[in-house]
Design a protein around this ligand. Structure first.
Ligand SMILES: C[S@@+](CC[C@H](N)C(=O)[O-])C[C@H]1O[C@@H](n2cnc3c(N)ncnc32)[C@H](O)[C@@H]1O
Length: 272
């Protein structure tokens, strides 16, 4: 269960719709590792005090997590994922910037419920990475206490480290990001090992290192418009838009939009 029912905009500041390096967001403490360490230290303390409090569920009032899970399960059930993935019985998931692991735990529970008896022989592997050691400790302790029958693999990995061995030695079928690119984009500092580029500009290339031809990357963001997200992810990679999740639209002052966007990208793009 989500500890808090609120979802939050990650201190949103829309950039104008320009190309990659000109999409700008404000600098924020939510773009720092210290912030997230402190955040998950507190969540872990709350969990120790009350085992029903497993922490924040981001974008809860948009139902983003539910919609992401429904999208995955529908595509598995109907065998509509790209060739190579569509009929795979052995599927590996990676949650990028997993935080408290909530998305993975829910995904695992619902896969078991919906596909458990229907698809015998199905095997699902759940991996979560985060650069915050406190996130990894917290997610691991939830897994041990609340999901002892399932296997989860949580690992401390900085997605924005060029030399990160994990990125060279692992690849996954379905990669998930709920709010992590948003958080990365709130740090606009240039990264020396990437020639001064910002995190959001190297994000997609780093993620693509863990993808194979059929892999799907499903990203949910509240800080970027659909167009900006597509520009950020497809520029300089072989990733192409594969599908989108629909959210209710609002209109305000003559403008139309939704509070979050979820887009699935496929590696190599032959299905775009
Ligand atoms: C808004 S939170 C979302 C957490 C989780 N995905 C969820 O939906 O609850 C952003 C997460 O991204 C992680 N993060 C930020 N930058 C990262 C990086 N460079 N590498 C790995 N994780 C990162 C943070 O530690 C934090 O857990």
């Amino acid at each position: 269960m989500c500890g808090s029912e609120k979802s939050r905009k990650l201190e949103m500041s829309y950039g104008k719709e320009r190309m990659t390096d000109q999409i700008e967001l404000n600098q924020s403490k939510l773009g720092t590792r210290e912030y997230w360490n402190e955040f998950y230290r507190k969540e872990q303390q709350n969990f120790q005090d009350n085992e029903d409090d497993t922490g924040e569920c981001w974008f809860n009032d948009s139902n983003a997590e539910e919609k992401m899970i429904e999208f995955i399960i529908n595509n598995i059930q109907e065998a509509t994922f790209p060739d190579g993935l569509a009929n795979k019985s052995d599927i590996s998931f990676l949650d990028i910037g997993t935080g408290n692991g909530h998305l993975l735990f829910q995904l695992c529970e619902q896969l078991n419920e919906e596909l458990g008896d229907k698809k015998e022989g199905n095997q699902f592997h759940f991996h979560g990475i985060d650069y915050s050691p406190d996130s990894i400790q917290f997610a691991t302790s939830i897994a041990e206490k609340k999901y002892p029958k399932n296997s989860f693999n949580f690992c401390q990995v900085d997605l924005l480290s060029k030399d990160e061995a994990f990125l060279n030695s692992h690849s996954f079928d379905i990669l998930l990001d709920k709010g992590t690119l948003d958080a990365i984009a709130l740090n606009q500092d240039p990264i020396a090992e990437f020639g001064g580029k910002r995190g959001m500009d190297v994000y997609a290339k780093q993620v693509a290192r863990m993808m194979k031809t059929h892999s799907i990357l499903l990203i949910t963001s509240c800080n970027f418009t659909e167009k900006e997200l597509i520009t950020l992810v497809t520029s300089g990679t072989n990733l192409k838009v594969w599908s989108k999740i629909k959210y209710p639209n609002f209109s305000f002052g003559g403008m139309e939009g939704s509070t979050v966007v979820s887009i699935a990208f496929v590696q190599n793009g032959e299905f775009a």
